[in-house]
Design a binder for this molecule. Sequence first.
Ligand code: ADP
Ligand code: 5GP
Length: 205
Amino acid sequence: MIPNKNKKGQLVVLSGPSGVGKSTVIAELMAQRKLFFSVSYTTRQPRVGEADGVNYNFVSREEFQRMIDADELLEYTQYQGNYYGTSLKILREKLDAGVDVLLDVEVEGAGNVRRRCPDALLIFMIPPSFEELSRRLHGRNTDNEQVIAGRLARAREEYKEIPKYDYLVINDKVAHAVAEIEAILTAAECRMANRKYIVEGDYAL
Ligand code: ADP
Ligand code: 5GP
């Protein structure tokens, strides 16, 4: 393997309706591939099983507002009454060090990332059916009926944004979705623009 001295990391955005399986697929993907998951900041309450600093950095609204005012966020949004946002600092450090970075953000955030980082890859994940999405949200057993109804309604809105994405992945089986995302990342890595260093650098013929 040729050492990649000059390569910057690839920024990858994964969106999809709440409950489609993004966290599940990301966990599996990270077990298989060197990838940094950008832990977002949120003002929502932790779900059972979620850990601070792992799934999210859970902060107060005051702290989130301070981050907005200090321009510390690449993007942020309000979703179902809570703030969610991506910290700029660690993301920059990782990309500069050549590490690929994965963001789990909703559609508005994805649009904002695209504006600020035009080279980002945008992937949208869908479930095999709307009924299955509802089943997964109920099966996760973390939200009440009202919250689930809000998330399902939001899913219908989010679907309208799918054409703005570069790739569509169907999470029927976790292993299948992971394999599709791996294929996307590998193809991106092989793009000529990302491999100029091979033909122009020390390895030129
Ligand atoms: P998200 O991060 O998109 O909100 P989660 O990863 O929390 O979604 O998944 C929601 C629920 O669906 C969880 O209970 C998870 O175990 C389940 N799930 C995820 N992917 C699949 C799949 N391919 N088939 C069946 N259930 C799944
Ligand atoms: P959840 O509450 O289900 O964890 O997340 C709700 C929604 O917020 C999901 O669609 C998720 O992709 C999105 N989200 C999580 N972190 C961020 C973030 O940092 N920025 C934006 N814009 N959306 C986020």
